[in-house]
Design a binder for this molecule. Structure first.
Ligand code: MLT
Length: 261
């Protein structure tokens, strides 16, 4: 693990392998450890970079609202630190929102985007109200919010069969600072729609959607899977595909990388 500084805050990352770079961006309440199974299956000819996003894992907060653009600037600062001119960005859920924010602002630095259990759409009105309710719960009792949220990310049957994994994810999620949780919720709530990128981006997009995702209903993703720039991949996972079936997600990622390098 290594550390770099951006706007006086410390950010933790790791950098393994060499060659074509893939920057992995975790989801809300997660941190870079969530990628461990996937990364261990990636051949060393790829450079795999993971990062704790602001307020998550061991990384510091930047403020009280972390917009997806703020988080994308941290990704850019890391690429500057590593002197990376171009990379694939692989984002899980909120990490996908960050990847799209990065790609919109810095298209020349993007080789391709991998969206896993994510969406290019903005929050619906109902979802924004859910975010406000979540923010109130976090302010009241952050630990209870985290403990209740994590199992709901998994496919119902996996909550039982993968009980130990769910407990581990919960333990990691509890490392997210309460300020970081609220700042991410506020940031996700105000993110713009970026679906246009799926149609007109100058780079390819792998879109991995899951039929049993309890957070992002599959029917809201179907038309995004048909967009011009998108290579679709449909799994039977819940919201945590990189953990629930890392083999399938990795296989799809590697064939996308091979087809686009
Ligand atoms: C995530 O896993 O990053 C979140 O569920 C994303 C969201 O709440 O929109």
């Amino acid at each position: 693990m290594a550390v770099f500084t951006y706007r006086s805050a410390e950010f933790h990352y790791s950098d393994t392998g060499s060659g074509i770079a893939v920057v992995f961006l975790h989801g809300f309440l997660e941190n870079q450890s969530m990628w461990k199974d996937l990364i261990s299956a990636i051949p060393k000819k790829y450079r795999a970079i993971t990062l704790d996003l602001p307020g998550h894992g061991q990384s510091h907060n930047l403020g009280y609202i972390h917009t997806m653009e703020d988080m994308a600037e941290v990704v850019k600062a890391l690429m500057n630190e590593l002197k990376l001119k171009k990379a694939f960005l692989a984002g899980h859920s909120m990490g996908g929102y960050v990847a799209l924010a990065f790609a919109e602002k810095y298209p020349d630095f993007v080789r391709g985007i991998i969206l896993q259990n994510s969406t290019a759409r903005a929050d619906s009105h109902t979802k924004k109200l859910d975010r406000d309710r979540a923010i109130a719960l976090v302010k009241e009792n952050p630990k209870s919010f985290v403990r209740k949220s994590i199992p709901n990310l998994f496919r119902p049957k996996n909550r039982i069969t993968m009980r130990e994994v769910v407990t581990w994810v919960k333990k990691e999620a509890l490392k997210t600072s309460p300020q970081g949780i609220v700042a991410a919720l506020e940031g996700m709530k105000i993110r713009p729609d970026r679906e246009v990128l799926l149609h007109f981006a100058p780079y390819p997009v792998l879109f991995i959607a899951a039929q049993n995702d309890p957070i992002l209903p599959f029917k809201t993703l179907e038309s995004q899977l048909k967009a011009e720039k998108v290579t679709p991949c449909v799994t039977e996972n819940g919201h945590m595909g990189h953990i629930e079936d890392s083999e399938k997600v990795c296989k799809s990622l590697l064939s996308f990388l091979a087809a686009n390098t």
